[in-house]
Design a protein around this ligand. Sequence first.
Ligand code: AMP
Length: 169
Amino acid sequence: MDLIPFIRNIPGFPKPGIIFRDITPMLANAEAFDYAIDKMIEPFVHAKIQKVVAIEARGFILGTVAANKLKAGFVPIRKKGKLPFKTDLESCSLEYGSASIEIHADALKEDERVLLIDDVLATGGTMAAACRLAERQKATIAGIAFLCELDFLGGRKLLQNTIHSVLHF
Ligand code: AMP
């Protein structure tokens, strides 16, 4: 199945010069959505993933379904100030701004096998910060999966682990 027609390109959003990759047409199509998640998790189905860790907000949509399919738990990474319990914090720069992201301090156990998920790999700053949060809790990063990777930004250079992207732009 070709997923490219289900990704809508929005030039100039949220800032001039950015082409926003809008995944909502893919989410709205049951067959495309199901297929996209299967392709994201394909390399990791036998990787004994215990937790899927995903980044607010679009990462949640993909990550919860992926966790369910992998029979793993789900752990949210949220923008600063949203998680109610004690948190660990990291700052990151992204393609169109900067952010601080948090994880609950007790979210991951030592040596727990995690798969990190987000919709788009752009400059890699966000996912690199998410990896630091998981590593600080001594989890084992078994892999990182994206639906879309913006190859021209070279974001994977910031990441050390097995990286899998379904679509490349
Ligand atoms: P980065 O830290 O630069 O890799 O940015 C990744 C984060 O920003 C992800 O959570 C994406 O959802 C979002 N993002 C960055 N660039 C884009 C883009 N061109 N289209 C859609 N989302 C993007």
